[in-house]
Design a protein around this ligand. Structure first.
Ligand SMILES: Cc1ncc(COP(=O)(O)O)c(C=O)c1O
Length: 387
């Protein structure tokens, strides 16, 4: 009866494709399945170039290298995000400038952007939280006016849209995650999406240990050599084979996830309104990815009690993110309490419900009833206590 927070989903063709990769005699990076994944991402998203990477973390590191981020440069990054978004730039010596989020979508608050730009700002990194697009028109307008490149951390947002355009196709660079918790997965994996063609050649070199090996494999040079700094950012073709089976099943995966998201939404809306629990907001110009379902409880204490109750009922629910500006590293960069008040507040109250492609309706029904039974009593008594 245990309901995990996440469980990997198999489309049915993963092992067949891994077997084909093995039979083809080449399982290192950039084999047949890697090329198939690249072509599929490029054609479906209508983007210039896709390069598979070993993780979204590594794709972000590649973005920081491609933008030539130097010590002392400033990069504007939401405080409410996964640590890799900032770490990739801190590795290059950049100083993160943390921006707060909007209370509705939990995306970067575009109204705060202009005020954080200085003569040292070298990049703006946006995160499409839960696969719901940031207000990219406003963000790109400010960034373009100051000549600052925008990187989309699109870990949650593959195949999501903003005003009819795919997330990941809007910044000069974007990154994807294929970690096991994501809609499309190969266990650990990622991709760098390149929308500005000026970055393609150097990206291939950085990804291949700083060499022009990709050109050598295409027969464009007679031998390959050290050209630039770089690392080994390309995954084995066996992982690409696994991933290809998932990308091929896009419609099947997304329709299952849509059903799961809508079940939660339908069964929790009324209850949430009664008990002052905030549910996800999807602006009308965004097509979301059904990546996660979260609740924002009235207080930290309520979140703690509900989490404990769900886990005691064998339902594994989790929370994230700790505001980065208040982390040990964030404080070393000058982060302090009150700097990003919405991030600080939401991070104490947000709870993520189990969400994975194979989650059954029977399990969802149990989650909803366990949750409602507890939260009704608990929140009522909480109210009486406050009164
Ligand atoms: C917003 C965001 N960016 C980056 C990452 C890192 O992804 P990966 O595990 O593929 O490195 C995550 C991971 O969940 C994430 O949520």
């Amino acid at each position: 009866m245990h309901i995990p927070f996440n469980r990997p989903f198999l489309t049915g063709r993963e092992f067949e494709y891994i077997h084909q990769a093995l039979a083809g005699g080449k399982i290192s990076g950039d084999g047949t399945f890697t090329q198939k994944c690249h072509a599929r991402l490029e054609s479906e998203l209508g983007i210039h170039k896709a390069l598979l990477t070993t993780s979204c973390t590594h794709a972000l590191e590649m973005a920081a290298l491609l933008l030539d981020i130097q010590p002392g440069d400033e990069v504007i990054i939401p405080s409410f995000t996964f640590v890799s978004t900032v770490n990739a730039f801190a590795l290059r010596g950049a100083r993160p400038v943390f921006i707060d989020i909007r209370p509705d979508t939990l995306n970067l608050d575009e109204t705060k952007l202009e005020g954080l730009i200085t003569s040292r700002t070298r990049a703006i990194v946006v995160v499409h939280y839960a696969g719901v697009g940031c207000d990219m028109d406003k963000i790109l307008e400010v960034a373009d006016r100051h000549g600052i490149p925008v990187v989309e951390d699109n870990a949650h947002g593959l195949f999501g849209k903003y005003k009819g355009r795919y997330l990941g196709s809007l910044g000069c660079l974007a990154t994807q995650s294929f970690h096991e918790t994501k809609n499309f997965s190969c266990g650990e994996g990622g991709a760098l999406l390149i929308n500005d063609p000026q970055y393609v050649e150097r990206a291939e070199i950085i990804r291949e240990k700083g060499t022009d090996r990709s050109r050598f494999f295409r027969g464009q040079v007679e031998k390959y050599t050290w050209m630039d700094i770089g690392s080994s950012y390309l995954p084995s073709d066996m992982l690409a084979a696994f991933l290809y089976a998932q990308l091929e099943a896009r419609d099947c995966i997304q329709s299952k996830r849509q059903r799961i998201w809508e079940y939660y939404d339908e069964h929790l809306r009324e209850w949430a309104a009664d008990f002052n629990v905030q549910l996800p907001t999807i602006p009308p110009d965004c097509e979301q990815t059904f990546h996660m379902y979260y609740l924002v409880l009235p207080t930290l204490e309520e979140r703690h009690r509900l989490l404990t109750h769900l886990n005691d009922s064998d339902i594994n629910s989790v929370f994230h993110y700790q505001p980065l500006h208040l982390s040990r590293m964030g404080r070393e960069f000058g982060g302090e309490q009150g700097q990003c008040p919405v991030s600080e507040d939401v991070s104490e109250r947000l709870l993520r419900l189990p969400f994975y492609t194979g989650l059954s309706e029977a399990d969802q029904c149990r989650i909803v009833s366990v949750l409602k039974a507890f939260a009704c009593d608990s929140l009522r008594s909480g109210r009486q206590h406050i009164a």
